[in-house]
Design a protein around this ligand. Structure first.
Ligand SMILES: [Zn+2]
Length: 354
């Protein structure tokens, strides 16, 4: 289950739904097919909620709003968040580059610019500033290329082809090469995940443990229901059945099913406990994960990202959440991106055409 699935699944607030998957249609498909909503069976207060209902609703509504914003492209609320604040480092002295407002463009767009804090204080660093106007297109097109390149990666893809795909588009046209070490690292990772038949995930915060748990919980709950139905049937058979079963058989079978249900309940409460600690995320952490899925979807849909259109349609907070979920920092030298360090330690350095 994806993080977005987790965020949208009412299971986490104590609602259990079943009879919603269409197993017949799902067969052979990668995803799940669902029955029409009128066939679903929804049990409210089925189990103790794993996250607060209020938080779940807040996050769901933010997700829905983001979808709407992306959909009609009308909202233009950038707020006061600088898109790259805290994410830009000086390529000369290693200081953080602080954010300021760049001048407002004629179409109303208000970019930020970033300047080495050491230069600002002591004026002894030769670095120049960089603006959202040039950093934005570079960063988002590069990440979009990474997502697309990993989606289209095949066993026979060469490292040269991968590099070409990563550098596609106008925003990256001044880069001649990606330094070998970082490129090789991504190439090997893609190759590995391809041979293991998995999708390569960008270095976004991992949730695999809780994903596994939620799958196990789903399974346990359906087993539990099955056992409960079996118990009902057994009872009916014993009390009203025509060739009624003997009392001894009934007692034996009954105690077998009851102990099965007890085992399931024990495991469910164990998993609930683990989940409680895993899911005590703040809204910000939630949003960081949600933003990742929303934006990566957007980025992989388009051939080339027009950064200005992109920046207009999505609020800075969501976009910044997306960046911080995969990027450690951008290293800037003379108005150019020298390197990107990712959350998993991988670093891509760019060699420019002279
Ligand atoms: Zn500096």
């Amino acid at each position: 289950m994806t993080v977005q699935g987790v965020l949208r699944n009412p299971f986490y607030i104590g609602i259990y739904r079943y009879n919603y998957r269409d197993e017949a249609k799902t067969k052979g498909n990668a995803g799940h097919e669902y029955k029409s909503e009128s066939d679903w069976i929804i049990v409210e207060n089925h189990h103790e909620p794993i996250i607060e209902r209020e938080q779940w609703e807040r996050v769901s509504s933010i997700l829905t709003n983001n979808r709407r914003i992306i959909g009609n492209g009308k909202t233009y609320n950038r707020g006061n968040v600088h898109l790259f604040s805290g994410l830009v480092r000086c390529g000369y002295c290693g200081s953080i580059m602080g954010a300021n407002h760049d001048k407002k463009r004629s179409n109303g767009y208000k970019p930020s610019l970033y300047l080495c804090t050491r230069k600002r204080r002591f004026n002894d660093c030769p670095n120049k500033y960089i603006s959202d106007v040039s950093l934005g297109p570079f960063a988002f097109n590069y990440i979009a290329n990474m997502i697309k390149a990993s989606n289209s990666f095949g066993v026979s893809t060469s490292i040269e082809t991968l590099e070409k795909k990563l550098l596609r588009g106008k925003a990256l046209s001044k880069v001649e090469h990606i330094e070998g070490v970082g490129l090789q690292e991504l190439y090997d990772a893609l190759k590995r995940s391809k041979s293991e038949n998995k999708n390569y995930e960008l270095p976004v915060t991992e949730t695999s443990v809780s994903d596994k748990h939620s799958q196990e919980l789903d399974l346990l709950l359906s087993e539990k229901r099955r056992s409960e139905r079996a118990l009902d049937r057994l009872q009916t058979l014993y009390l009203y059945g025509e060739d009624s079963i003997g009392e001894k058989d009934y007692v034996l079978e009954r105690s077998r099913i009851v102990s099965e249900i007890e085992t399931i309940n024990k495991r469910i409460s164990e998993l609930d406990k683990i989940h409680k600690t895993n899911f005590s995320l703040s809204d910000d952490e939630f949003l960081e994960k949600a933003s990742y899925f929303i934006i990566s979807q957007q980025l992989s849909d388009k051939r080339e990202i027009s950064f200005e259109t992109f920046a207009k349609n999505i609020d800075n907070r969501t976009a910044r959440n997306f960046l911080t979920s995969i990027v450690q920092n951008f290293c800037i030298k003379n108005g150019k991106v020298e390197s990107i360090r990712f959350k998993n330690g991988m670093e891509h350095r760019f060699l420019y055409k002279s």
